[in-house]
Design a protein around this ligand. Sequence first.
Ligand SMILES: C[S@@+](CC[C@H](N)C(=O)[O-])C[C@H]1O[C@@H](n2cnc3c(N)ncnc32)[C@H](O)[C@@H]1O
Length: 202
Amino acid sequence: MNRFDELAKEWDLKPERIESALKTTTKIKELISIKDKDILDYGAGTGLICFQLFEEVNSIIAMDNSQGMLDELNRKITKANIKNISTNLHNANSDTFTKNQFDLIVTAMTLHHIKNPQRFILDATDALKDGGYLVISDLESEDGTFHSLGNDDVEHFGFDKEKIRTFFKNAGLDIVYLETNETIHKHRDFDVFLAIGKLSKN
Ligand SMILES: C[S@@+](CC[C@H](N)C(=O)[O-])C[C@H]1O[C@@H](n2cnc3c(N)ncnc32)[C@H](O)[C@@H]1O
């Protein structure tokens, strides 16, 4: 059982997590037309991002490597009788993606848990259809004190925005947006960036 399996049942009880998902999806909807699109929510957890998007899109696949998180999301999907969100147990450190599958991939507060973020961004870009978007929201560089439960499965203490720019460029993504999009208030403030890249194959 990992940290997220244990946290799954209580994940949605913190309003700031719902607010954070809302800030990410509001910016996505401001900048990108998501109507009828096929979406991947990577590191979906209990589906806080999915639930802000499902009514407007064609389909959402929610991937995560925590069965506990996906069980919680499946319970919510069944309860709300939602037909266009499906879940898939998937580990970014070892599993691959089908190529050319998604119009938009969003991953929120997950990249810092992935061992090789450049590899993940390259793989995710391959999974985009031409003209598709990769959206990443995550911590900006921090001092290692964000995770109050310790840093056992934390691979990176956030990211400089310039590092993200380089990751996107290396994957052939054009930067559409790269800004601080929110600040999480704990014992100190932690900035969160939102990066949107677009894939244009020609
Ligand atoms: C901080 S939570 C964010 C969940 C959700 N995106 C949200 O905003 O509420 C990070 C999520 O990434 C998942 N995760 C961590 N490492 C992963 C990996 N290697 N592959 C797939 N998912 C992973 C965790 O299980 C967890 O659900």
